[in-house]
Design a protein around this ligand. Structure first.
Ligand code: SAM
Ligand code: DTB
Ligand code: SF4
Length: 325
């Protein structure tokens, strides 16, 4: 079947009918075969040495009502993080300008909300308009959305909405209990149906099995449209969270997951996301070979450290990678 998967993707068809067994067979390929196939598919859809660069900002920090077991910002855990109110619009837009000067083409604004309140939306919309006014793409991640909020975001010109499914439906309640997997899919559906690009992926290394990683990719690829952007995060272990001392995932399993995501969603940007700060350069290089073609650029993610911009500039140079745009 691996031949079938590769052959189908070669024809340029985007499949939405993946079954778990065939995905697990891709995972089980010898590492070199898997990376070779993924790189071949990657080259049919993308310029191979170009990486899309997004910069993150946390526009509202901490105090979140949800209990996501990985998150520094949940009010359920004591992680020592100080809560902060929603940032001012001009501060956000000036941070976007700095990111643009540094080479980012997309600015992603994250808020520690279960869902935005009606009053919050006006400010978020002003932020989106400010970022768009600079000529950058705007992305926000605000939690669950009501249909009218989705419409407001669309009217503001939002390019991407990030809403991760994070893990398999089966493993979901081991990670978060304050919402259901289906809630995530509902918001993703509303966003897609409003014509906003979906950014959705997940986190690896939360103690899940390979079968969960396969099932997570199955959920993403079998959506009516593949998400335009698929962030693959490696768990950042935050002390004080339930997942703070989860054993390390074998880095080759992380790279395999990137390769399988590339094979299943050939035309999507696969983003090498959280976790780069602790990743060796060699592992990151293998992620690019496996088909990752987007990353978060900037010294900070939302609340934790990212690989530094100086380090990334040097890595791009050593690998002959160009930033897109
Ligand atoms: N509150 C909104 C939500 O959960 O949809 C938006 C912000 S939330 C911090 C965005 C995403 O960041 C999560 O879905 C998760 O995938 C990722 N994330 C959060 N904490 C992480 C961690 N410690 N390690 C890796 N990824 C993390
Ligand atoms: C995504 O998939 N990863 C980003 C972004 N989308 C919002 C967030 C990573 C957060 C890492 C932990 C932190 O900095 O708090
Ligand atoms: Fe809240 Fe998002 Fe963190 Fe979950 S991941 S606790 S929803 S900020």
């Amino acid at each position: 079947m691996n031949q079938t998967a590769a052959a189908t993707a070669e024809k340029g068809d985007l499949r939405h009918d993946w079954n778990l067994e065939e995905i697990e067979q891709l995972f089980a390929l010898p590492f070199n075969d898997l990376l070779f196939q993924a790189q071949q598919i990657h080259r049919q859809h993308f310029e191979p040495n170009t990486v899309q660069v997004s910069t993150l900002i946390n526009i509202k920090t901490g105090g979140c009502a949800e209990d996501c077991g990985y998150c520094s910002q949940s009010a359920h855990f004591d992680t020592g993080l100080a809560r902060e109110a929603l940032m001012a619009v001009d501060e956000v837009v000036s941070a976007a300008k700095t990111a643009q000067e540094g080479g980012a083409t997309r600015f992603c604004m994250g808020a520690a909300w279960r869902k935005p309140r009606t009053n919050d939306m006006d400010l978020v919309i002003a932020m989106i308009k400010g970022v768009k006014g600079l000529g950058m793409e705007a992305c926000v991640t605000l939690g669950m959305l009501e249909p009218e909020q989705v419409q407001q975001l669309k009217e503001a010109g939002l390019d991407y909405y990030n809403h991760n499914i994070d893990t398999s439906p089966e493993y979901y309640d081991k990670v978060v209990t304050t919402r259901k997997f289906a809630d995530r899919i509902d918001t993703i559906t509303r966003v897609r149906e409003a014509g906003i690009n979906v950014c959705s992926g997940g986190i690896l290394g939360m103690g899940e099995e390979r079968r969960d990683r396969a099932a997570m990719l199955q959920e993403l690829a079998n959506l009516p449209e593949h998400p335009g952007s698929v962030p693959i995060n490696l768990l950042v272990k935050v002390p004080g969270t339930p997942l703070g001392d989860t054993p390390d995932l074998d880095i080759f399993e992380f790279i395999r997951t990137i390769a399988v995501a590339r094979l299943m969603m050939p035309a999507s940007y696969v983003r090498l996301s959280a976790g780069r700060e602790t990743m060796h350069d060699e592992a990151q290089a293998l992620c690019f070979l496996a088909g990752a073609n987007s990353l978060f650029y900037g010294d900070k993610l939302l609340t934790t450290e990212n690989a530094t911009t100086d380090h990334d500039k040097a890595l791009f140079q050593r690998l002959g990678i160009q930033a897109e745009g």
